[in-house]
Design a protein around this ligand. Structure first.
Ligand SMILES: [Zn+2]
Ligand SMILES: [Zn+2]
Length: 141
Protein backbone atom coordinates (compact mmCIF):
# COMPACT_ATOMS: atom_id res chain seq x y z
CA UNK A 1 0.00 0.00 0.00
CA UNK A 2 1.51 3.31 -0.98
CA UNK A 3 -1.07 5.88 -0.14
CA UNK A 4 -0.14 9.51 -0.25
CA UNK A 5 0.26 10.95 3.22
CA UNK A 6 -1.41 14.23 4.01
CA UNK A 7 0.99 16.14 6.24
CA UNK A 8 1.27 18.93 3.68
CA UNK A 9 -2.34 19.07 2.61
CA UNK A 10 -3.92 22.49 2.56
CA UNK A 11 -6.39 23.24 5.27
CA UNK A 12 -9.96 22.50 4.44
CA UNK A 13 -11.66 25.47 2.83
CA UNK A 14 -14.93 23.94 1.72
CA UNK A 15 -17.16 25.98 3.99
CA UNK A 16 -16.94 24.33 7.39
CA UNK A 17 -19.77 25.42 9.62
CA UNK A 18 -19.63 23.25 12.71
CA UNK A 19 -16.05 22.05 12.72
CA UNK A 20 -12.71 23.76 12.80
CA UNK A 21 -9.72 22.50 10.86
CA UNK A 22 -7.68 21.96 14.03
CA UNK A 23 -10.11 19.19 15.04
CA UNK A 24 -8.77 17.10 12.17
CA UNK A 25 -5.10 17.55 13.01
CA UNK A 26 -2.97 15.06 14.92
CA UNK A 27 -3.45 15.33 18.68
CA UNK A 28 0.34 15.37 19.20
CA UNK A 29 0.46 18.81 17.63
CA UNK A 30 2.35 17.84 14.47
CA UNK A 31 -0.44 19.00 12.16
CA UNK A 32 -1.89 16.89 9.37
CA UNK A 33 -5.36 16.77 7.97
CA UNK A 34 -7.97 14.40 6.62
CA UNK A 35 -9.38 14.03 3.13
CA UNK A 36 -12.02 16.60 2.46
CA UNK A 37 -14.86 14.27 1.55
CA UNK A 38 -14.62 12.79 5.03
CA UNK A 39 -15.14 16.26 6.47
CA UNK A 40 -18.03 16.81 4.06
CA UNK A 41 -19.59 13.59 5.32
CA UNK A 42 -19.32 14.74 8.95
CA UNK A 43 -20.82 18.11 8.10
CA UNK A 44 -23.74 16.41 6.31
CA UNK A 45 -24.34 14.23 9.36
CA UNK A 46 -24.08 17.28 11.62
CA UNK A 47 -26.54 19.22 9.45
CA UNK A 48 -29.17 16.51 9.70
CA UNK A 49 -28.54 15.60 13.35
CA UNK A 50 -28.63 19.22 14.54
CA UNK A 51 -26.50 18.36 17.56
CA UNK A 52 -22.76 18.49 18.17
CA UNK A 53 -20.52 15.72 16.89
CA UNK A 54 -17.22 15.53 18.71
CA UNK A 55 -14.16 14.57 16.72
CA UNK A 56 -12.05 12.47 19.11
CA UNK A 57 -9.38 11.47 16.60
CA UNK A 58 -8.72 12.21 12.96
CA UNK A 59 -5.28 12.46 11.37
CA UNK A 60 -2.53 10.65 13.35
CA UNK A 61 1.16 10.60 12.59
CA UNK A 62 2.74 7.13 12.93
CA UNK A 63 4.22 7.97 16.34
CA UNK A 64 0.96 9.20 17.79
CA UNK A 65 -0.94 6.33 16.19
CA UNK A 66 1.24 3.77 17.94
CA UNK A 67 1.04 5.71 21.23
CA UNK A 68 -2.75 5.45 21.22
CA UNK A 69 -2.70 1.79 20.24
CA UNK A 70 -3.66 2.24 16.59
CA UNK A 71 -2.78 -0.51 14.16
CA UNK A 72 0.28 0.16 11.98
CA UNK A 73 -0.89 1.51 8.65
CA UNK A 74 -4.18 2.65 10.16
CA UNK A 75 -6.29 4.78 7.85
CA UNK A 76 -5.82 7.52 10.46
CA UNK A 77 -2.16 7.79 9.46
CA UNK A 78 -3.22 8.54 5.89
CA UNK A 79 -5.76 11.17 6.88
CA UNK A 80 -8.50 8.81 5.79
CA UNK A 81 -10.29 8.07 9.06
CA UNK A 82 -12.13 9.93 11.78
CA UNK A 83 -13.37 8.85 15.18
CA UNK A 84 -16.36 10.71 16.56
CA UNK A 85 -18.42 10.72 19.74
CA UNK A 86 -22.09 11.40 19.34
CA UNK A 87 -25.54 10.73 20.73
CA UNK A 88 -27.40 7.52 19.88
CA UNK A 89 -29.82 9.50 17.73
CA UNK A 90 -27.00 11.19 15.83
CA UNK A 91 -25.29 7.80 15.44
CA UNK A 92 -28.38 6.47 13.70
CA UNK A 93 -28.34 9.44 11.32
CA UNK A 94 -24.62 8.91 10.77
CA UNK A 95 -25.25 5.29 9.79
CA UNK A 96 -27.85 6.35 7.25
CA UNK A 97 -25.36 8.79 5.69
CA UNK A 98 -22.63 6.17 5.63
CA UNK A 99 -25.03 3.77 3.94
CA UNK A 100 -26.00 6.35 1.34
CA UNK A 101 -22.34 6.97 0.52
CA UNK A 102 -22.06 3.35 -0.50
CA UNK A 103 -18.59 2.04 -1.10
CA UNK A 104 -16.90 5.41 -0.64
CA UNK A 105 -16.96 4.49 3.04
CA UNK A 106 -14.76 1.44 3.47
CA UNK A 107 -14.78 0.89 7.21
CA UNK A 108 -17.14 1.50 10.06
CA UNK A 109 -16.44 0.73 13.70
CA UNK A 110 -18.93 1.20 16.51
CA UNK A 111 -18.71 1.32 20.26
CA UNK A 112 -21.26 2.09 22.91
CA UNK A 113 -20.62 3.46 26.37
CA UNK A 114 -23.63 4.54 28.36
CA UNK A 115 -25.70 6.88 26.22
CA UNK A 116 -22.66 7.77 24.11
CA UNK A 117 -21.86 6.22 20.76
CA UNK A 118 -18.42 6.19 19.24
CA UNK A 119 -17.83 5.68 15.54
CA UNK A 120 -14.80 5.18 13.40
CA UNK A 121 -15.36 5.97 9.73
CA UNK A 122 -12.71 5.43 7.07
CA UNK A 123 -12.48 5.96 3.35
CA UNK A 124 -9.81 3.93 1.58
CA UNK A 125 -9.24 5.18 -1.98
CA UNK A 126 -8.43 1.78 -3.44
CA UNK A 127 -10.25 -0.94 -1.57
CA UNK A 128 -9.56 -4.46 -2.73
CA UNK A 129 -12.83 -6.35 -2.39
CA UNK A 130 -11.29 -9.59 -3.60
CA UNK A 131 -9.06 -9.88 -0.54
CA UNK A 132 -10.97 -7.83 1.98
CA UNK A 133 -14.66 -7.19 1.43
CA UNK A 134 -15.69 -3.56 1.83
CA UNK A 135 -17.27 -1.80 3.48
CA UNK A 136 -16.18 -3.51 6.63
CA UNK A 137 -18.10 -3.11 9.87
CA UNK A 138 -17.00 -4.06 13.35
CA UNK A 139 -17.58 -3.30 16.99
CA UNK A 140 -14.95 -2.53 19.61
CA UNK A 141 -14.64 -4.66 22.72
ZN1 LIG B 1 1.44 13.72 15.30
ZN1 LIG C 1 -10.50 5.23 14.19
Amino acid sequence: MSLERLEGLNLYDGGLRNFVTSEFECKCGCGGNVVHHLVDLLQAIRDEAGVPIIVTSAYRCEAHNSRVGGKPGSMHTFGRAVDVALSHAAAYIALSHVYRRGSSVTGLGLRQHGSRRYMHIDVHPRPTPSTRPVPRCWTYE
